[in-house]
Structure formats: structure tokens, C-alpha cells
Design a protein around this ligand. Structure first.
Ligand code: ZN
Length: 295
């Protein structure tokens, strides 16, 4: 099954729902960064959540970055998703596996730890917008919901799931993001929350072949309307030009050391593993450009 996201609305048009299946996206990240189970779950859930948020909020060339800045063993996790529903992500410590919880699930909360959940949106304005909330759960789905409710005043419910096979490959990945529009009555919200709480574990359902459309009907009712279906993909947008710009932000001294001592530089993209090398002359050009921009 290919990866895709579905947008749906309930019969009363007061509840907006996005559902997604993204095994391919999380598998790609798992292979690129060789993540172990806990790291895969943290990075995977953040990738799925980032795609759902992008699907809910972005248009045109907009993009957003989710930063999960916890003090747990996996370290910071960064995910950037675009309006075209491509996504890339990075986790500081890919080789984390923890003893399972009593119910057999991966201990994502422990892997993440305490800290901050941050979303930066680049909406093509002069300054990107950043909203930050404390990590309230560490299970990530609840943190997305808390961020939306608290920082953006959009009452939300979020479910995220990643199943990791014993050989570290990804068995399934998917989730949903429900948003209550201003006209939603308490009764409608409560009824829908009850349906969500009664759902079987998302990972089991996805493994059993549940589609995003099936999940939408389970949450909003069979009379809901599927509005849109969009492909999603893991895609890094790095380039040598982008890395040249990053080098330009270094201190003059650091650049000079690279030129005089290392005689070049090799940078590896944390999101996709691509390597970019700069020889002495290229570094000198970057240094000259930096000086020119300063003057
Ligand atoms: Zn890259």
C-alpha cells in the first residue's frame, strides 16, 4: 500500500479530520538513519504528526518544522514538512532501544523525556512563526494535540502509531488529527472522543489492513465526507548551494581553519546522508562572499 493522507469532514461540517498511512515514509527514515526501535518510534511518530499538521495548515510553498526537544536518550528530533506533503526528519541518537512497557509497547515517553515541543512555520512572511509548549506526555500524539489546543487554540485530538518489527524494519505507520471547528457542539465532540477511545490499537488496525478512509469513517461516522486524498513522501531538499549558505554562517576563523588546516570540508546531510565536499577554492569563495556581505 502506498503512503497517502486523507482529508474528511463530518456530516455537520464541524469536525475536520486528517488520516494517514505512512509506512514508506518511516521505513525510508529508518533505513537512512539506521534507527533502532525506540528511535524509530520517536522519529516515525514525529514524521507522521508533521505530515498531518502540514496537511491541516499549509498551502503553496509553506513549510513547518517540528522540534521535539526532550532530555531523554534519543535526544532532539527535528522534522520538516511541506505543503506538498513531503517530509524529512532527523533524530540525534538513532541507536536507542529500551525495555518494552508492561503492555509490550515501545516506551516512547521514556525515550523522549521532558523538555519542549516546538513548531516553527515558514509561511513566506519576513519572520517565521514559532510556538512552544512543554512536553506534557512524551508519547508525541498528545503533545501535538496539546500544542494545537494550547498554542493555536484549536481543540484537537491526535493519534500516531509506528510498529517496529523485531528486525527493526517498520511494520506500519499512520495516524489521525481531529480538529473541532468553532461550530462543533460539546455533544458532537464528546460523541467523537468516545468513538476514538473505543478504537482498537491503531497499529493493530493498520497491520490488519485498515486504510485512512476506513479510519476516517470509524472516527467521524460512516456518513462523513472524504474531501481529498494526497500522496505523501520522504524527501530531502538539500543541495550543495544550501550547504554553501550554511558554511557562510560560520565564523571567519572556522572557515580559515578549514582552508588552511583541513584543505577542504566534507558535510553530511543529517536528513538523507548525502555528502557534499568543498575544496579549498570553493571555501575561499565562500569566505570572500561572507566578507563582501559584511561590508
Ligand atoms: Zn539531505
Amino acid at each position: 500500500m502506498t503512503d497517502y493522507l486523507v482529508k474528511a469532514i463530518d456530516k455537520t461540517k464541524n469536525l475536520r479530520l486528517l488520516t494517514i498511512t505512512a509506512k514508506g515514509v518511516v521505513s525510508e527514515a529508518q533505513k537512512l538513519q539506521d534507527t533502532w526501535s525506540a528511535s524509530s518510534a520517536v522519529l516515525g511518530r514525529t514524521l507522521v504528526g508533521g505530515l498531518l499538521l502540514a496537511g491541516a495548515q499549509l498551502t503553496d510553498k509553506e513549510e513547518l518544522t517540528v522540534r521535539l526537544l526532550g532530555n531523554g536518550p534519543v535526544g532532539p528530533t527535528v522534522v520538516t514538512a511541506k505543503a506538498d506533503l513531503t517530509v524529512k526528519g532527523y533524530i540525534k541518537n538513532p541507536h536507542i532501544a529500551l525495555p518494552p512497557k508492561k503492555n509490550g509497547h515501545i516506551d516512547v515517553k521514556k525515550a523522549v523525556g521532558q523538555g519542549w515541543f516546538e513548531v516553527t512555520k515558514d509561511l513566506g512572511l519576513k519572520e517565521p512563526y514559532t510556538g512552544q509548549v512543554p512536553i506534557v506526555s512524551g508519547e508525541i500524539a498528545e503533545d501535538f494535540a496539546y500544542y494545537l489546543t494550547k498554542s493555536e487554540q484549536i481543540p484537537s485530538a491526535v493519534g500516531l502509531s509506528v510498529f517496529v518489527n523485531p528486525n527493526n524494519s517498520i511494520g506500519e505507520a499512520g495516524g489521525f488529527m481531529l480538529q473541532a471547528l468553532p461550530g462543533a457542539s460539546d455533544e458532537l465532540i464528546n460523541k467523537t472522543i468516545k468513538r476514538i477511545n473505543a478504537l482498537p490499537a491503531l497499529s493493530t488496525s493498520f497491520l490488519d489492513g485498515m486504510t485512512p478512509e476506513d479510519l476516517a469513517r470509524k472516527i467521524l461516522g460512516t456518513d462523513c465526507k472524504i474531501l481529498e486524498k494526497q500522496d505523501v513522501a520522504y524527501k530531502c531538499d538539500c543541495s550543495k548551494e544550501k550547504y554553501a549558505k550554511i558554511l557562510e554562517t560560520l565564523d571567519t576563523k572556522q572557515l580559515k581553519d578549514m582552508i588552511n588546516e583541513d584543505h577542504g570540508a566534507e558535510l553530511t546531510c543529517a536528513f538523507c546522508g548525502n555528502k557534499y565536499s568543498f575544496n579549498e577554492d570553493e571555501l575561499k569563495d565562500i569566505l570572500a562572499k561572507k566578507k563582501a556581505e559584511k561590508d
